[in-house]
Design a protein around this ligand. Structure first.
Ligand code: ATP
Ligand code: MG
Length: 296
């Protein structure tokens, strides 16, 4: 079935009554296939009693065993289940049977921010600032709960029906008290301290926010190069250029320069991002922003 989007927000409760009992697949009408990831498939779903629309991520246990990924998934579930913020994709519930693990997720009707960015080329300053503010708020919340995402990139950012940004995929997130040493993530978004395999902490996400802010405005990440080795070198040198191809405000460039700082302790804090002139002047307070195809 197709869910009529205009009806959805009006007729359906704000939050599904998900805490009350043990769930199984029979509690849901399973709708259209949304997409496939490394470990499972995602379907549209509707909880039968409340009519609440969700996304069901179905993961086959045979795949988990093959990749020895049980611990990894449990970590993803525990982290996401404990988070409740308007810009973090909710994990309402989860259950499993003999063959599968099912995650009951908030449905992000507008899909991947990445696809939108590629189709429009780049965002307006208003849209970019709104998304950067949403990300900063969500990350501040996560950091307070001692969660570092470490894999913030456009593919892991979804948009709900109102165009509100949702951070998804806590697959690589870690709960951290100590500094971490692992090298992971997509290379364009790696912070210099990760490239150099030094200890890293929360400030990694602040760096990534600088990369994303640039990519939202210019359409591609700042340290892109034909060879991976060259990207890594440009990251370590912070070889940052602002092409003349787009006329971007000085305020926006100022924020990017304050995020893409090699010394992680000198990067602008998440709280100060929200107070930065560019955000104050441009971000939509509601957090909802829908970029049209022909962007300014
Ligand atoms: P990975 O396995 O590395 O996480 P992935 O992010 O592509 O890869 P999934 O998270 O399983 O894989 O998602 C598969 C597809 O379903 C993606 O295209 C994603 O955009 C979409 N999707 C996932 N969760 C939701 C959701 N809650 N609402 C809407 N679409 C979703
Ligand atoms: Mg994913």
């Amino acid at each position: 079935y197709e869910i009529p989007t205009s009806l959805r927000s009006a007729s359906v409760p704000l939050s599904p009554p998900m805490e009350r009992r043990q769930w199984s697949l029979t509690d849901f009408d399973v709708g259209k296939f949304i997409g496939e990831g490394k470990f499972g498939k995602v379907y549209l779903g509707r909880e039968k009693q409340s009519g609440y629309v969700v996304a069901l991520k179905v993961i086959y246990k045979t795949k988990l065993e093959k990749y020895r990924f049980h611990g990894h998934l449990r970590r993803e579930i525990e982290i996401q289940h404990g988070l409740d913020h308007p810009n973090v994709l909710r994990l309402f519930a989860w259950f499993h049977d003999a063959d599968r693990v099912v995650l009951v997720l908030e449905y992000a009707a507008r899909g991947e921010l990445y696809k939108l960015l590629r189709s429009v080329g780049h965002f307006s300053e208003r849209t970019a600032a709104t998304y950067v503010a949403s990300l900063a708020g969500a990350l501040a919340y996560c950091h307070k709960k001692q969660v570092i995402h470490r894999d913030i990139k456009p593919e892991n950012l979804l948009l709900d029906i109102e165009g509100r940004l949702k951070i998804a995929d806590f697959g690589w997130a870690v709960r951290s008290n100590a500094k971490r040493h692992t090298l992971c993530g997509t290379i364009d978004y790696l912070a210099p301290e990760m490239v150099e395999k030094k200890a890293h902490d929360y400030a990694v996400d602040n760096w990534t926010l600088g990369i994303l802010c640039y990519e939202f405005l210019y359409g591609s990440p700042p340290f892109e190069a034909a060879e991976q080795q060259d990207t890594l070198m440009r990251i370590v040198k912070v070889d940052l250029l602002f092409p003349k191809t787009r006329d971007i405000s000085a305020d926006a460039k100022d924020l990017i320069c304050k995020l893409l700082v090699k010394d992680s302790s000198k990067r602008i804090s998440l709280d100060d991002i929200l107070k930065h002139a560019w955000i104050v002047k441009n971000a939509e307070p509601s957090g909802s922003c829908i970029e049209q195809k022909a962007s300014a």
